[in-house]
Design a binder for this molecule. Structure first.
Ligand SMILES: [Mg+2]
Length: 233
């Protein structure tokens, strides 16, 4: 393929955020009657935009209560869960080797962007805080501004358009099945990444089943593979 751009997911690829606050989240949910483990939370919600995450959470809550939750109950559940994660934000770290990988891709002059389900304000804060900004500049795109979140292709198509490259010339790096599906739906080549702390046994299989072409266990491996594609051109 002629490489037009590399599009990176943020959470679970660049920043090891998916694992942060999981225990507290599961504990909070247990206090509300749920019996989800941290692993269940990863499987159910990783890579989803807020609106979808919230809708699925409230559906499950309704199932648990045997009726629709009141607005107050719904807000209390959702806000409480967000708070459980937010309280752990200081524990967030970049995925090992992610900044170095991005710097190398930037030095090679390959067009690149971050395309994430995270809200723009949180996304920008992670990109700045962990040192990615010099290598991605303003090409940091949130699914907040497109019609449909992942697994719809909107965010990746929008990122390709902003970079001025054809979708089928893009490689997407994703850690969640929904993100992989989104990249495939955009007509892009998707590489699965399982170097995040939340990637448990069977994760690679799930990414391959969602349409990932290959799997990388670390940024070192990803960087090598990216450069073998870059050198072909
Ligand atoms: Mg992700």
């Amino acid at each position: 393929m002629a490489l037009g751009a590399v599009l990176f997911d943020c959470d679970g690829v660049l920043v090891d955020s998916e694992i942060v606050g999981l225990e507290d989240s599961a504990e909070f949910l247990r206090s509300k009657g749920f019996s989800w483990s941290p692993e269940d939370l990863i499987r159910l919600f990783t890579g989803k935009r807020d609106d979808r995450f919230k809708a699925e959470l409230l559906d499950a809550y309704a199932g648990l209560l045997g009726r629709a939750p009141s607005t107050e109950e719904a807000n209390c559940l959702y806000e409480g869960l967000i708070e459980a994660r937010r309280a752990n934000r200081h524990k967030m770290l970049p995925v090992t080797g992610a900044v170095e990988m991005m710097a190398a891709v930037a030095a090679a002059g390959v067009p690149r962007a971050v395309a994430s389900s995270s809200q723009q304000v949180h996304l920008d804060s992670k990109i700045d805080r962990f040192g990615f900004r010099p290598y991605v500049g303003e090409h940091v795109y949130s699914a907040q501004y497109v019609e449909h979140g992942k697994p719809a292709p909107d965010i990746f198509l929008s990122a390709a358009e902003r970079l001025g490259v054809a979708p089928d010339s893009c490689i997407v790096i994703e850690d969640s099945p929904f993100g992989v599906e989104a990249g495939v739906a955009a007509g892009m080549q998707v590489w699965g990444f399982i170097g995040g702390g939340h990637c448990l046994e069977g994760h690679a299989k799930r990414l391959l089943a969602a349409g990932a072409l290959r799997i990388h266990v670390s940024h070192f491996a990803l960087q090598q593979e990216l450069f073998s594609v870059i050198k072909e051109h």
